[in-house]
Every structure is written in C-alpha cells, then in structure tokens.
Write a protein that binds this ligand. Structure first.
Ligand code: BTN
Length: 243
C-alpha cells in the first residue's frame, strides 16, 4: 500500500485533490495526517479531531468506466469496509447509520466524506475521507460521539488500523468493480442502524414523525415506512434521524 504520512495539513481530502492536479496518483494511495487543521464533514460541517488520538485519513481510488449510477455503491462499499475492519478489531455492536456514519452501540465512531471525480457519465476516481475516533477518552461537546477506546476499554495502534482499513477498502472496491452492486446494497442494508424498528425523524421543515427504516433505494436514498402510509424515500438534506 502506498501510504503518505503528513505531520499537519488542512484536510487530507484537499491534499489528495491537489496531488491529483499535479501528478498521476497511484490507485489505493492513503494519506494520513497527524493533525488536520480544517477537517471537512458532510454537508459543509467541520470535522474535529484530537491530535494523537483520532485518525484522519483519505484513500484515493481510481475506477475504469464505473457508471455514475453506481455512485451510491461506493458509499455502501466504504461503509462495509469500515464495519468489517472494526469488527476484526473486536469493536462491539457496529452498525451503519445512513448514509455512512459508523456506530458502536448507538454512538458515532467514524464519519466518511466521499468526493467523486466525474467525467461524462463515468466516475473516474474517488477521494474517500475517513475520520475515526480511536483513543479519545471524552467528547465534552459531542454527547453522541464515542471512540474505539470508550467502546472497549482498550488502546489501539494507529498504524495497525490504517493497514487493515486500507486493505479492506481495496478489497471492497474490487468487489464493487466486479459487478456486485446488488450484493453490496444488501450487505449495507443488513447493517443499517435502527433498521426495522420505530424511530423518530425530523424533516427539512422541522416536523417530527415516526417511521421504520426499511432499506435504501438504488439511488442511495433512505426508505422509511411511515405510519399508515406507503414507503417514502429521502435524500440526505430531507431527513434527520433523531432517535
Ligand atoms: C462526517 O461529517 O461525518 C464526515 C467526516 C469526514 C472527516 C474526514 S477526516 C479525513 C478526511 N479529511 C477531511 O477533511 N474530511 C475527511
């Protein structure tokens, strides 16, 4: 695996994006930063990390003629790879909170920011950014967050996690390119957080409602069975799972 270790950078996703402008980046290159000063999260949010405790890294993946309709499968494959890795490391009760937060019990351990480079109707490459809470012992301002250490009581080695994670991402990406989109979707759905149980959601207008997560559409939208109604699909900006 081609690993680039940086002491400090604004964002490992930005670093790979810039690298792609000037060079031909090797498929599978993984960039890890000891300190990330402007980590980016989903929907324009900031991603906070603690130097020496959190892991912040990005993987560059090149595709050969992957149709844009398979964009959701990249997120499915990455979530599955992270889940598999954390299970190998014996982290308990791992699930995927749609679209791709990785949970242990009901707290968030890991966030994912995937940025795809598209040409015409093909995805040519992806930058897969991963923020993983590893050895943190407290999250004073984030009551919904946890770390691998808080979930298990054990302290983890960053290099070992990186090695396992890089290999598992590569494996799931090969599986994705082998025309296994349907299988990836089923595995992803089987791992969904709060699947098949009544949950409370909030829509974009701030209205709360109850529903049951039943899966995801091929487009990646979340499928929710609302009380006395048919199944409805939601994009990321349209719905928030409260509890
Ligand atoms: C989320 O909002 O849950 C996604 C967080 C993704 C954070 C990671 S840390 C490494 C990479 N670089 C970034 O700037 N963001 C991602």
């Amino acid at each position: 695996m081609n690993i680039i270790k940086l002491n400090a950078i604004d964002s490992t996703n930005n670093y790979l994006k810039d690298l792609c402008k000037n060079t031909t980046v090797i498929d599978g290159t993984l960039v890890v930063a000891n300190k990330q000063t402007q980590g980016r999260g989903q929907m324009g949010a900031k991603w906070q990390s603690i130097q020496g405790q959190s892991l912040t890294f990005s993987v560059f993946k090149r595709f050969h003629g992957l149709h844009i309709k398979h964009q959701p499968s990249i997120a499915f494959a990455v979530s599955i790879a992270i889940k598999n890795t954390l299970e190998k490391l014996q982290i308990p009760q791992i699930s995927i909170k749609w679209p791709n937060d990785i949970m242990s019990y009901s707290k968030k351990l890991c966030g994912v920011l995937i940025e795809n480079q598209v040409e015409g109707s093909s995805i040519v490459s992806s930058i897969i950014g991963i923020g993983l809470n590893v050895n943190e012992t407290e999250f004073p301002e984030l009551p919904q967050a946890s770390s691998m250490r808080l979930s298990t009581g054990a302290v983890f080695n960053h290099d070992e996690i990186i090695e396992l994670m890089g290999n598992e991402i590569q494996k799931q990406m090969e599986y994705l390119q082998g025309d296994n989109q349907l299988a990836l979707k089923s595995t992803y759905e089987a791992s969904l957080f709060r699947r098949d149980m009544v949950s409370t959601f909030e829509d974009a207008e701030g209205s709360k409602f109850n529903g049951i997560i039943s899966g995801v559409a091929a487009s990646g939208e979340l499928l929710v069975q609302k009380e006395n109604e048919s199944v409805q699909s939601y994009e990321l900006k349209q719905i928030k799972l409260l509890f």
